[in-house]
Ligand binder design. Structure first.
Ligand SMILES: [Zn+2]
Length: 326
């Protein structure tokens, strides 16, 4: 079960990371940048309770009279966006594509209703309840971005330059990354899911793809030269860890392409990659069904299936694997 506490600590002068437990769905890392009487968040926690806790911890380190007045959101998945409601006066900044994406994501209210109404004995209901049952979106209003952009956006927080870059379709259709060049730090959003030998994380899940764009995004992050990497989920990474992550992504892409060429279905390919167990330390291997399914959609020119169907497939596979190890 999920532990609802987070580590909040300074990672560079004026830069803080909020890190919930390092494995599991929906527990995104967030950031605080503050200098010269200004403060900016990078992403927000999934629900109001966690977001209020992040805000309380934030205010404890801000200089008197300073308030968070801008939030840069790396993409439109609720686990990065929905906590913004605790700062109703802050300017929410994201990509134009993320704004479009919000329109076809479920609202917090719809997600809450879905979770409550699903049969908890069925695979899908049991899976959602196990992984999302600790969140509460009952009082979470939908977040509407105030400012959207495509390309590069240059912000400043006091004397700290903040370089925000939108990406082509990768983890979602509207991702961005944040580079703090004077602090040698990048916040990657979910184009990177962190894992280290000391703190193993989870398999990434990529909804939009293709994986080539995710790999390009990781290469661009390496090109910044930043030494400290805050992934969307999981432990902080070094440049060597980030290079290793690019290796993971290339492996999954290359296996998906080879198995596609060999006539295997996406589900067969995902199971084959799981059974190869190249990364046995990573949790949530059922996510490979999504990531490899996404890659197949690009190879075949087909549309993604409905979200609940995707979750159902993951839930079924997770239950089968549990039964096998039990
Ligand atoms: Zn996420």
């Amino acid at each position: 079960m999920t532990t609802r506490t987070a580590n909040f600590h300074s990672i560079a002068d004026g830069i803080y990371a909020w890190q919930p437990q390092q494995r599991g769905w929906g527990l995104a890392n967030c950031g605080l940048v503050t200098d010269g009487g200004r403060a900016l968040w990078i992403d927000t926690p999934y629900d109001r309770t966690l977001a209020a806790e992040f805000l309380r911890r934030t205010r404890a380190v801000l200089a008197p009279g300073t308030e968070v007045d801008r939030i840069v959101v790396t993409h439109a998945n609720g686990d990065h966006l929905w906590g913004a409601g605790v700062l109703p006066d802050a300017e929410v900044i994201t990509t134009r594509e993320a704004l479009h994406h919000i329109a076809y994501e479920p609202t917090p209210e719809q997600q809450q209703a879905l979770l409550q109404n699903l049969d908890k004995d069925g695979d899908t209901g049991a899976y959602l309840h196990e992984h999302f049952g600790c969140f509460n979106w009952a009082d979470t209003p939908p977040v509407v971005p105030d400012t959207v952009f495509t390309g590069e956006l240059e912000l400043r927080v006091g004397s700290i330059p903040v370089q925000v870059s939108s990406l082509p379709s990768a983890h979602t259709s509207g991702d961005l990354t944040v580079h703090l060049p004077t602090r040698s730090t990048v916040f990657t959003g979910d184009v990177v899911f962190g894992s280290t030998a000391e703190h193993p994380g989870d398999h990434p899940v990529h909804w939009a793809g293709p994986l080539g764009n995710v790999i390009d995004a990781v290469e661009r992050l390496l090109d910044t030269g930043a030494e400290t990497v805050v992934p969307g989920h999981g432990p902080l990474l070094t440049r060597a860890d980030l290079r290793a992550h690019a290796g993971y992504l290339r492996y999954v892409r290359d296996r998906a392409h080879a198995l596609h060429a060999a006539g295997r279905t996406a589900a067969e390919a995902a199971r084959a990659v799981i059974d190869e167990a190249r990364y046995p330390e990573l949790g949530l291997p059922e996510r490979l069904l999504v990531t490899i399914g996404t890659e197949y959609q690009h190879l075949d020119g087909t549309e993604p299936p409905a979200m609940l169907e995707v979750v159902g497939r993951m839930a079924h596979l997770a239950r089968q694997r549990e039964a096998r190890t039990a």
